[in-house]
Design a protein around this ligand. Structure first.
Ligand code: FE2
Length: 246
């Protein structure tokens, strides 16, 4: 079997269409790379981690530069809709040592599966922040529970997924980027263990080590010492950073 001339032409037309829909707001080639699994492959090859270190994953298209700087413990929702979710993370090194004062950036979708930048006319930064871990490597924040979301499927990549019978969905997650002197920077996600799309993530970003327990609680006392009149969620996780290359 070899490529026919008709198939070759169809391939060129597909790549041309991918270029034509790409502009400064939409990067269809990144989407194509992500949905082919190429982005995750390149990341895996360039971020080989020793046993015990947290695995790296794709950035995705929704990180924006200069998110609000918040104190640990802050509510980062800033108007994002969704059920309350209290997240507490600990950052450690491979020898179990706390990583003090790590810079932690967070970004996520809301209850409708949308990032702030997807709301027409919105200029507020919602459910995203940068914060500094304490001397014990701890960071906590209040946010909203993210939900699964479909990637933009109205272009060539969407047609490719439809033709191959694939889902367009990403399972619910929060993105983290963690940086500290002496350690390898980490870009990763935490996924919700109950999500129905964990096995079919359209960008192949899920790693079993990143699927985490998000606990639902009835109304009552919350981790920040207050009380919630509605049900809320908690997520606790330990990230383990690899040493910086010598
Ligand atoms: Fe995302």
């Amino acid at each position: 079997m070899h490529l026919t001339e008709a198939e070759w032409l169809a391939g060129i037309q597909f790549l041309t269409a991918t270029g034509e829909i790409t502009d400064d707001k939409r990067q269809e080639f990144v989407l194509l790379s992500d949905t082919l699994g190429l982005s995750m492959l390149v990341i895996a090859q360039n971020n080989r981690k020793p046993p015990g270190a947290t695995e790296a994953t794709v950035f995705g298209p929704y990180r924006v530069a200069n998110p609000p700087e918040c104190e640990s413990g802050a509510d980062i929702a800033n108007g994002a809709v969704g059920q309350p979710c209290y997240v507490a993370v600990q950052i450690r090194g491979l020898r179990g040592e706390p990583v003090p004062h790590a810079a932690v950036e967070i970004w996520q979708a809301d209850a409708d599966g949308l990032y702030d930048v997807q709301y027409a006319g919105n200029t507020d930064m919602r459910a995203r922040a940068t914060m500094r871990a304490d001397a014990q490597g701890r960071v906590a924040f209040k946010t909203v529970l993210p939900e699964a979301y479909p990637i933009p499927a109205d272009g060539p990549v969407g047609r490719m997924l439809a033709a191959s019978g694939r889902d367009v969905w990403r399972p619910a997650h929060i993105h983290f980027m963690i940086d500290a002197p002496g350690y390898e920077p980490l870009v990763t996600h935490l996924f919700r263990h109950t999500d129905q799309y964990l096995e079919t993530d359209v960008v192949f970003g899920v790693r079993s080590s990143l699927v985490t327990q998000w606990h639902r609680h009835e109304p009552g006392a919350t981790p920040d010492g207050r009380a919630s009149a509605i049900p809320f969620y908690t997520l606790d996780h330990v990230f383990v950073l690899n040493d910086a290359p010598a």
